[in-house]
Design a protein around this ligand. Sequence first.
Ligand code: URA
Ligand code: SF4
Length: 213
Amino acid sequence: MTPEELLKQISQEVAICKKCVLNHSRKRAVAGEGPANARIMFIGEGPGFHENEQGRPFVGQAGKFLDELLAGIKMKREEVFIANVVKCRPPGNRDPLPEELAACGDYLERQINIINPQVIVTLGRFSMARFLPTAKISEVHGRSFRLNDRLIVPMFHPAAALHQPSLRPLVEQDFSRLPQLISQPLSAAAPAPDSTEQKSLEQKSEPKQLNLF
Ligand code: URA
Ligand code: SF4
């Protein structure tokens, strides 16, 4: 199967998935969307009201802000893959529960393996915790970490900046630095805390250039 077909298969599985209780309250599951060969993947938390209605990620207020942030760095959402750590809306937009994150994690893992992005931008703490389990968002936001030959860049969730206006300049500043972070050699990024999977990278003689911009 082609990467596109593999991603489509995941969307079809997610649409009828009953692996956690979130299947009872969802209208439409939101697998995620974007090109199978996207170099950058944005990973949010879970569908909200509008995403649940439309079956598409980040189409509500937070999504509009995300579009603006992307436009600010001359990127379009069509160029990136956008997904979430849970594919069905938690009732009332509550936080996803550990058992829901665990049940849904396999879909995201398969998407990451198929797309094999050079950069993963995590939006919010649930997404960050998947890659940087010991990191604190207030300390690490906007920095880059290498993990399995990829760059992980944790960011505040755009919705957090909408609820807490003081965060907005920080989010905008972090986004504006993304092109520069991405164009640096992978070796310039700090290893992800707690990661034991850095050996292959350290052994490479040539620094790997992530030339996206
Ligand atoms: N917030 C998220 O985390 N994901 C979406 O898809 C929409 C809002
Ligand atoms: Fe399945 Fe994930 Fe939806 Fe739970 S949130 S029902 S695991 S697709």
